[in-house]
Ligand binder design. Structure first.
Ligand code: CP
Length: 308
């Protein structure tokens, strides 16, 4: 008997059965919603807190929608109008909100490891879900990316995935690598300029490239990443036009990938920097499908943790 998840802070070392169970449950959620069941009532009486210390469009909105579809109450904590702006420390904020009887806290924070610190300090019975911490992990994004791929290319053992761009600062890239390697991907290629690549020892399951034309050859999935300037102290980068020529995904480059290569991006996209507009909006793009899958994956994660 598999134990249910209490917290979700990273996909690293999460067993394959657990990832597959969450993906299967996401499909159940998708099918229920497709049949017009907008309210599943699995989380009636539960209260979920969205605690985002960094901006978000997709993750925050889809967690809120997922929680509401499951029948939970949702509090969207507004940092700039909260007592955080008056200097209240993170754990005092945590305990204050817990005193109002939250069942789960969904946290995004610029400091890597913050969700695990909250797990250590949270009251028993309160679940913590990482919605992105620094450059470390974004587990629900890793799951929704795996789900999107699985819907089109279910056999991961045949899959060549290329992830191109600012890999060094990308929590999405790390969670994608953890998900795809656990699911048995044949090859995961990471590509970008040297200044934007992590240490090879950090992600031993991957092969490293600095030439996107070579990295994309024969790929079944191409994931492009934006330049995360908010996490760069001082990196000497070419201007955006030169960056696009070297690392942008355009139709010429996409033609080098395998037939039917899926084009993915976690968003937000910067058109003409890491991806050409006609590729982002083209027939191989799965970018908006990723967004839609985010709701089903987050429903699955919340139900796994909180359904009675
Ligand atoms: N992919 C992602 O995390 O997007 P948001 O920053 O809009 O949540």
């Amino acid at each position: 008997m598999l134990t249910r998840l209490r917290h979700l802070t990273t996909l690293e070392n999460l067993p394959r059965e657990c990832i597959e169970r969450l993906l299967d449950r996401s499909i159940t959620m998708r099918d229920a919603c497709a049949h017009g069941t907008r309210k599943l009532n699995l989380l009636n009486g539960r209260t979920i807190l969205n605690l985002f210390f960094e901006p978000s469009t997709r993750t925050r909105t889809s967690f809120e929608l997922a929680a509401r579809r499951l029948g939970a109450d949702v509090i969207n904590f507004n940092i700039s109008f909260s007592s955080t702006a008056k200097g209240e420390e993170l754990f005092d904020t945590l305990h204050t909100l817990e005193a109002m009887h939250m069942d789960a806290i969904i946290v995004r924070h610029k400091v890597s490891g913050t969700p695990d610190e909250l797990v250590k300090h949270a009251m028993s019975g309160v679940s913590v879900i990482n919605a992105g911490d620094g450059d470390r992990a974004h587990p629900t994004q890793g799951l929704l990316d795996a789900l999107t791929i699985r819907q089109h290319k279910p056999d991961f053992s045949r899959l060549i995935v290329v992830i191109c761009g600012d890999v060094k600062h990308s929590r999405v890239a790390r969670s994608d690598v953890h998900a795809f390697s656990t699911l048995g991907a044949k090859e995961i290629r990471l590509c970008g300029p040297a200044a934007l690549m992590p240490e090879a020892s950090e992600l031993p399951a991957c092969t490293f490239y600095d030439d996107f034309d070579k990295a994309i050859e024969g790929a079944d999935v191409a994931i492009t990443l934006r330049l995360q300037k908010e996490r760069m102290a001082s990196i000497d980068l070419p201007d955006e036009a030169a960056y696009f020529r070297a690392y942008g995904l355009d139709t010429r480059r996409l033609a080098k990938a395998a037939h039917g290569c899926l084009v993915m991006h976690p968003g937000p996209i910067n058109r003409g920097v890491e991806i050409a507009p006609d590729v982002a909006d083209g027939p191989q793009s799965r970018i908006l499908e990723q967004v839609g899958n985010g709701v089903f994956v987050r429903m699955a994660v919340l139900a796994e943790m909180l359904a009675r």
